[in-house]
Design a protein around this ligand. Structure first.
Ligand code: ZN
Length: 146
């Protein structure tokens, strides 16, 4: 026996009430193993348990909360931007080239965030009133009236 537990001794055990692994006082021993313990934190007596039963503890698996392009919260995003970032927002131009999550200043729609680059010439930008598909990388002189 490497473990020399005795009644009245201390042992790390799972407290069913505190739901934590805490120091317990051994109340009763059975065959050289702690049988009943008392939690030194909440004073509750319960059978000795080294670990919580795995089955009960498994939480429903939540997928990692990856922010999808379409689920960007505009207000939240804007509130996180510094004044500097806002004033440096890239001016939207159809000839411009934009990247995901870039902050855009549109002359009509205001501040927006590039939520998705759909194609090399098409981006989705989220503005205060919702996402809009806008053109990017438009070569000058192509139907722009220039
Ligand atoms: Zn306890």
């Amino acid at each position: 026996m490497t473990n020399s537990y005795t009644a009245g001794g201390y042992i790390e055990a799972w407290c069913t009430k505190c739901r934590l692994e805490l120091e317990h006082t051994i109340v009763a021993m059975v065959a050289n193993s702690p049988k009943r313990v008392k939690c030194n934190t909440c004073d509750s007596q319960h059978n000795f348990r080294a670990k919580p039963s795995e089955k009960k503890r498994i939480k429903s698996k939540k997928p990692l909360q990856k922010v999808k392009a379409q689920e960007i919260n505009y207000d939240e995003f804007i509130s996180r931007l510094t004044d500097n970032e806002l004033s440096n927002a890239k001016k939207y131009r159809i000839e411009g080239s934009f990247e995901k999550n870039e902050v855009i200043n549109h002359s009509r729609f205001g501040i927006g965030i590039v939520s998705s680059v759909i194609q090399s010439n098409k981006v989705e930008i989220l503005f205060k009133d919702g996402p809009r598909l806008l053109v990017q990388n438009r070569e000058s002189g192509l139907g722009t009236g220039v």
